[in-house]
Design a protein around this ligand. Structure first.
Ligand code: E4P
Length: 216
């Protein structure tokens, strides 16, 4: 069970890592575009926060050879890079080649069980179903995760599931309890996950009561 942050914002990543709960960072072209710096600088800055972080970086090319070339360049930056490849026919072909070269891949933009099956058969290490974007259109994001998990287990597939596109802290608990290996989320969902009013009230009471304990 691993928590990743879905952002390229260094302050958000630094603060998230400081909670001790975060072991990876996911990016995509939209996330990178918010940072006003080059793709390479974004990736380098993320890895400088914590060299142990797993970092997911997405290819831009749409053809197999272009994807492979970008993936190889990204993988040379660090062993901790996992290359995100969109789930297209060209993407599947690239995943196959990269898996033979032992380059770690995540098939991204997964919206159906069949897409997850195809990615796994091509050799993807991870699939990233976009739970929130399905929920946004009144489809069942959590239901898709359950189906993928069940199918991979029945078929004994090693591909792991990164639930992406999170919209609420409740979804995190549901996704992990249904067997998601990794959930990636924005920093605000991570903090919302950690909070509980009874924890705050309990801590306040402990502090008040501690004042009544005589000094040594
Ligand atoms: C994962 O990295 C995905 O690209 C990301 O979670 C998508 O999130 P969004 O649907 O909020 O854009």
């Amino acid at each position: 069970m691993k928590i990743f942050l879905d952002t390229a914002n260094i302050e958000e990543i630094r603060n998230g890592v400081a909670t001790g709960t975060v072991s990876g960072v996911t990016t995509n072209p939209s996330i990178i575009s918010k940072e006003n710096k080059t793709f390479r600088k974004c990736i380098d800055d993320i890895m400088a926060v914590d060299t142990e972080l797993t970092v997911l970086a997405e290819v831009i090319a749409e053809d197999k050879d272009g994807m492979i070339e970008e993936a190889l360049n990204l993988s040379r930056i660090s062993d901790n890079i996992v290359v995100k490849i969109p789930i297209t026919v060209e993407g599947l072909a690239a995943i196959k080649v990269l898996s033979r070269k032992r380059i770690q891949t995540t098939a991204t933009l997964i919206f159906s069980l069949n897409q997850a099956i195809a990615a796994s058969c091509a050799g993807a290490d991870y699939v990233a179903p976009f739970v929130g974007r399905l929920d946004d259109i009144n489809a069942d994001g959590l239901g898709l995760i359950k189906l993928i998990k069940k199918t991979f287990a029945i078929q004994n597939m090693k591909t792991r599931i990164i639930a992406a596109s999170l919209r609420s802290p409740q979804a995190v608990a549901e996704l992990f309890s249904e067997g998601c290996d990794i959930v990636t989320m924005p920093g605000k969902i991570l903090y919302a996950m950690l909070k509980h009013p009874l924890t705050n009230a309990g801590l306040k009471k402990f502090n008040e009561d501690w004042q009544k304990v005589p000094n040594e």
